[in-house]
Design a protein around this ligand. Sequence first.
Ligand code: C2E
Ligand code: MG
Ligand code: MG
Ligand code: MG
Length: 282
Amino acid sequence: QSKAEGRGKAIWYSQEMQDALTRKRAIDTELRHAFLANELIVYYQPVVDSRTATIVSMEALLRWRHPTRGMISPGEFIPVAEETGMIIELGAWALRQACNDAKSWPSNVRVAVNIAPRQFQQKDLAEMVAATLRESGLEPDRLELEITETTLMVSDDVDSKLREIEALGVRLSLDDFGTGYSSLGYLNRFPVKKVKIDRSFARQAIESPKTQAIISAISALARDLSIDLVAEGVETDAQLAFMASKNIFLIQGYLYTRPRPIEELRPLLKYWRDAPRLVSAA
Ligand code: C2E
Ligand code: MG
Ligand code: MG
Ligand code: MG
């Protein structure tokens, strides 16, 4: 009977894979359509300095407003867009959108844009960034590009591309820090100005002494290397207070706000009036 079970399992797995493939194809086709039909929009999530309750930057996060299926998260369509290569177009569009939006923000507020690993296969990535900045009129040092360790791993000439981008005056930020294989090694090799601690650390910060020790170590390291440190995924006052106790004051998370359309955030750009959560500097 174990044979029958095994056979059953094999069929079940391949059916599941078949479904995933079908879904991926559907997303790909629909995504191309959505792009042309203006169903894609950029939301923003602030990074707040918890000592002053001011927004220091806002991260552009793509949303797909699907006419029948509602809001589709980038976790579903970005990986598909990466596989098909459509992320090149999508990413360029998101960057243009973000730079144009940021142009009208207070000059002390930066904009952060995620760049997918696949975009580094683009030979003219740095030129594309430079052209986008020129066209929008945004000062290069107001733009942060968020990359992940995957980017640093997969792409051959990533070093030279990052240096070209840095030479434009654009700031590089290492996203989802601590989830990869050799996070510390990358800090030595690449010119990053900012590190964003993955949100899994905030989630475990209160109950896990191990996680607390790791956050302490990252904080000390960032200070010694003069790298800005952001805690992602802060959802509670206890997590906020813990980060403050480790000298981490740049906070991005649902505690302040979920990603929102720019119109809703504009009134908060000068001061976080609706929910000032201040912590005192250590
Ligand atoms: P990411 O760059 O690490 O962005 C942070 C994600 O964490 C966002 O998810 C944000 O909504 C979520 N988040 C922020 N604070 C909290 C919190 O307190 N609790 C929880 N549970 N989640 C929080 P989102 O918007 O769904 O985006 C997911 C990922 O999709 C992003 O992760 C990024 O990798 C990718 N993505 C989004 N927009 C773009 C884009 O324009 N280009 C590229 N290449 N990737 C994008
Ligand atoms: Mg990011
Ligand atoms: Mg992140
Ligand atoms: Mg992430």
